[in-house]
Design a protein around this ligand. Structure first.
Ligand SMILES: Nc1ncnc2c1ncn2[C@@H]1O[C@H](COP(=O)(O)OS(=O)(=O)O)[C@@H](OP(=O)(O)O)[C@H]1O
Ligand SMILES: Nc1ncnc2c1ncn2[C@@H]1O[C@H](COP(=O)(O)OP(=O)(O)O)[C@@H](O)[C@H]1O
Length: 639
């Protein structure tokens, strides 16, 4: 990037306050550029910054330093606003390779999400698009509209970006051929219409030569539209807010500096609010009235969508981070199951049934995705029948959260309807999702209040329930040892039950095989059944390979702290294979059995098992003895 292009505004040195004040009054346009590596994206952004005499982000820090040097107060105001916006994105867990560049012209301020030459454009687009007002879709004039172009258009539309610019780049390389340009524009327009996207603004450009970027090009006398910068500076974004008309504000944090003040801070997601308005806290449903709208610059009479404020209420109602304060008569829906459009962004495909963290605004819950109803072919817009979603796939699937969350359909609110999925082990953001609607079934199932509690069941049996979860390779010794443990428990007069492959895979789970998704579902169901049995006061033993850490942790999380005891039957593959009681390893090696654990399907050993048994050093009998000894102490403290 050409640094010498930067020409500092004289005001920065002479009157920083005036400079910042001038900037603060300008509207802000957030946009992103989409294109493949060689479509000329970086050149375009470089050119734009150069021609706009832009402020580079590193120069913003020198601006800050300058402000300090001149000794003025309040020099941060404008900057803080920008930084806040980015912090919010970071809090969404989206901290990937997107560089945000800030620049300003006389007419407007801009933040451009720059995603330099990255293969994972879907991820970058989703990241940049979460708050973008406008997308510049780059097309190489020589190549025309490609699958990738359609995908960018589709994603931009899906993510709720209302303004699309089709920048047909490298026009110089096709001799400024108007008919070729028109054909590309018509092609894209036809696609846009088929997905219900508004008309894109098309501009013939050359990033390299600067044609139609900041100034009109003599090479395109036939182009009567704006230059790119013109359009960016003048496009009207005021009326675009997709947010619902009714007031809603997700609570980002509760501000309680002293006993006399309790404020709920957040950004208004939709509608407006005034002191005196009746509001409802969702999901609790409690109502109150707004007392004050507090900001650093003083109290407000009204706050509207996009404003960051702190509300105080007239009553001492319970309200915490992740709750939504909403118009009392029109609050967001609360549900734990929804249909959603999901954009998968990770190399590892979606595992239906696996628990991911679902983050929506300030709310984080555990959630799983069912097998997709379909994936979308972005070229033909056909619905494809698929079992999972891989990198860059877009599909529709039902999502099940482990507790109800407030939401609005994405079409009504990007804030309340958008979410990301995070892998619980790697912490990677694996998908972005848009909620379509709640599933009715989630609203009609209610917990039945049970009068005989789990404590009562346990007390009657005179024991504290436990789940002894045996995990290990096939042939490691899980069943052998679990059987011996149960025998000993039985002899000690304890109430127990052993669940293993034989009594589960032939009955409850006879519809499941050994794909990753089926194993996940197998373990989820076993976990649920085992949990019910602990509710009944039993000491439950399970003997399943349970190869994935994530599902073992999922089951642990289903139970009260300390009730899940992970017993790792640590037998190396070579030893289990040498035993090969059932001849399965031989079959797996010869390819007769697919997806065999340890051979052609992974086993993730526990990192911190509660009990580890090395079967090479310990007989099955001794192992059982040790396990019973270890848990004896655990079951004595009966309620
Ligand atoms: N492909 C493949 N991979 C692993 N195991 C296979 C497979 N096909 C059949 N079997 C037999 O099924 C038993 C494992 O079932 P699990 O329910 O414990 O597996 S899992 O937890 O869902 O991974 C396992 O029993 P154990 O030997 O008792 O572990 C095998 O006998
Ligand atoms: N120390 C040991 N602990 C458990 N099993 C052992 C041990 N040493 C040898 N074995 C043998 O290994 C085999 C384990 O099979 P099994 O218990 O069915 O394993 P899994 O349930 O893990 O597939 C049995 O034949 C068992 O006798």
């Amino acid at each position: 990037m050409t640094r010498h292009a930067y020409r500092p505004d004289a005001l920065i040195a002479t009157d920083i306050d005036a400079y910042l004040a001038r900037h603060q009054e300008k509207s802000l346009l957030r946009f992103l550029t989409c294109g493949s590596v060689d479509d000329g994206k970086s050149t375009l952004i470089g050119r734009l910054l150069y021609d706009a005499r832009a402020i580079f982000d590193d120069q913003l820090s020198s601006l800050e330093a300058d402000s300090k040097r001149v000794g003025t107060q309040g020099a941060n105001i404008d900057f803080a606003l920008l930084v806040d916006g980015l912090a919010a994105e970071r809090e969404q867990g989206i901290t990937i390779d997107v560089a945000y560049r800030f620049f300003a012209t006389d007419r407007r301020k801009f933040i451009v999400a720059d995603t330099p030459g990255h293969e994972q454009y879907t991820r970058n687009m989703v990241t940049g698009a979460s708050t973008a007002d406008l997308a510049v879709i780059l097309v190489d004039a020589r190549k025309g509209v490609l699958t990738q172009t359609r995908r960018h258009g589709f994603l931009a539309h899906l993510l709720g970006i209302r303004h699309i610019v089709l920048a047909v780049n490298k026009m110089d390389l096709i001799g400024w051929d108007q008919s070729a340009y028109d054909a590309i524009v018509a092609d894209f327009a036809a696609f846009g219409t088929s997905i219900g996207m508004g008309q894109a603004v098309a501009i013939p450009i050359s990033g390299l030569g600067g044609d139609n970027i900041a100034s009109r090009s003599a090479n395109t006398p036939w182009h009567d539209g704006p230059t790119l910068l013109d359009h960016l500076e003048t496009v009207s974004i005021d009326s675009d807010d997709a947010s619902p008309a009714a007031f809603a504000m997700p609570v980002q944090w509760v501000n309680r500096p002293n006993l006399d003040f309790r404020g709920f801070a957040g950004t208004v997601a939709g509608g407006s609010v005034r002191p005196g308005d009746r509001v409802r806290i969702v999901p609790s449903g409690r109502t109150s009235h707004v007392a004050r709208i507090v900001t650093q610059g003083g109290d407000l009479d009204v706050a509207v969508a996009g404003q960051a404020v702190t509300l105080t209420l007239t009553d001492e109602v319970d309200c915490s981070r992740g709750d939504v304060i909403a118009a009392a008569d029109d609050p967001p829906v609360v549900a734990d199951q929804f249909a959603a459009t999901i954009v998968w962004m990770d190399e590892t495909p979606l595992l239906p049934g696996r628990g991911y963290w679902l983050k929506s605004g300030a709310t984080t819950v555990s959630a799983s995705v069912r097998a997709p109803e379909y994936a979308i072919d972005v070229n033909t817009l056909q619905h494809l029948s698929v079992k999972t979603l891989g990198l860059n796939d877009i599909g529709v699937a039902d999502v099940q959260a482990d507790r109800p969350i407030p939401f609005a359909p994405y079409a009504d609110s990007r804030v309340l309807g958008g979410f990301i999925l995070i892998d619980k082990l790697t912490n990677a953001t694996v998908a972005a999702g848009m909620i379509e609607h709640a599933l009715r079934r989630s609203q009609n199932v209610h917990w039945q209040a049970i009068e005989i509690t789990r404590e009562a069941h346990a007390a009657q049996k005179g024991q504290a329930p436990k789940l002894l979860w045996f995990t290990g390779l096939s042939g490691s010794g899980k069943s052998t040892i679990a059987n011996l443990v149960e025998k000993k428990l039985h002899a000690l007069g304890r109430h127990s039950f052993l669940l293993d492959g034989d009594n589960v895979r032939h009955g409850l789970n006879r519809d499941l095989g050994f794909s990753d998704a089926d194993r996940i579902e197998n373990i989820r169901r076993v976990g649920e059944v085992a949990r019910l049995m602990t509710d009944a006061g039993l000491i439950v033993l399970t003997a399943f390979i349970s190869p994935f850490r994530a599902e073992r942790e999922l089951v642990r999380a289903m139970l009260p702290e300390g009730e899940f005891v992970e017993v790792f039957i640590d037998t190396p593959l070579a030893v289990a294979e040498a035993r090969d009681e059932k001849g399965l390893y031989a079959k797996a090696r010869s390819g007769e059995i697919a997806n065999f654990t340890g051979i052609s399907s992974p086993y993730e050993p526990p990192e911190h098992p509660d009990i580890r048994i090395d079967t090479q050093r310990m007989s099955a009998e001794d192992a059982a003895e040790l396990i019973v000894d270890r848990i004896v102490g655990m079951w004595m403290p009966v309620i």
